[in-house]
Write a protein of this length. Sequence first.
Length: 464
Amino acid sequence: MRIPTTPFGAGGAFTVLNPATGAAVATVPQADLAETDAAIERAHRAYPAWRAIAPAERARLMRSFASVVDAHIDELADLEVAGAGHTIGNARWEAGNVRDVLNYYSAAPERHFGRQIPVPGGVDITFHEPLGVVGIIVPWNFPMPIAGWGFGPALAAGNTVVLKPAELTPLTAMRLGELALEAGIPEGVFTVIPGKGRIVGDRFVTHPLVRKVCFTGSTDVGKGIMRGCADQVKRLTLELGGKNANIVFEDADLERAAASAPGAGLDNAGQDCCARSRILVQQSVYDRFLELLQPAVESFRVKDPAAEDAEMGPLISAKQRDSVADALVGADVAFRGQAPDASSGYWLAPTVVMPRGASDPVWSQELFGPVLAVMPFTDEADAIAKANDTEYGLSGSIFTRDVGRALRVARGVESGNLSVNSHSSVRYWTPFGGFKQSGLGRELGPDAPDSFSEVKNVFISTDN
């Protein structure tokens, strides 16, 4: 497996560990403050030429980038398995998602339309003008796709990008930076800067040449970034935490709902802001649902993430594993699945718990681990109230055969992304983002380039 390189290194080094074994994968040099400033300034210098490229040529370069990524899907997937512990199936999908996002937004440069607005005495037109340098801060749980959700539309809109991967999982982002150059993206247009959040990430917030910051991560850190961006009235997109409900009504296909619940809550070892970690089941079918859920959880394949049939791998680190394990101390555990020996790697068995009430931490806190909490509800109003009893509002699912009920409940749940009889959360062609403390703004979908541009209004007088 080839380890990507970086021109940075004055900020020390970080050893990337394989979460499945705890063994060292690579030592990655880190950028210091001076190197970060220099990279931002290079991106600023590259911006005028990138902005001036004809829309069709920018589109062609983005399609070239997508094609090069496609040719390296397996390589990128292997890096993610080794460096992040993702299952090989997920990792291939994630690399493919970067390709698909680039292809999707390659259509934007030629279609980022302004408007002609009827006015008296002349003609009024609007333009979408790029912002300049965009700083993207990527989390460790989905390093490839979340990076692409930021840099795809940002580049399409004519911005240059500096991207900081998470310290724990920098390898695929670094390789994407190399592949961008291979595809013909000009130097300075897309730069990956590995380093500490308190150095590189903070500098994205404070540097005046960075015109927008995109951050995905914890709500607490996001609040700090928001405060920092306020000093310069800097544009900001935040995708933060989630504590999402999977609502199962008595008229639902219970077998289907129970069989799909483990994948919805345990995928990526539950390290997913969209994880359906809270399962609400109508009281009349609660016991039957648990009977169906138990074999589904116990048969969930938790194993070496490189195995083709693996459904769940390890947690990202010993710290994260221990944090989740500590949260389960004293919890009312209904049943557990299987997991490899935790003496080698950061493994934790899938666990189903019965919360003791709305204030129980397993119900109210985002544990970011393979834990499902199941609670009964009485009727639609009770289901909506319990689903909304959280500071978060990112995603969720509703299982019912009644379309009217599905729409009523979907309108009532305070969440940015909901699926009916499905657990789908993210499609690159539809908007994604959260309510309440789950974030600010929207990513993806046809309008994403708008969030990386300013609207300029121009009036042309036709009076003699």
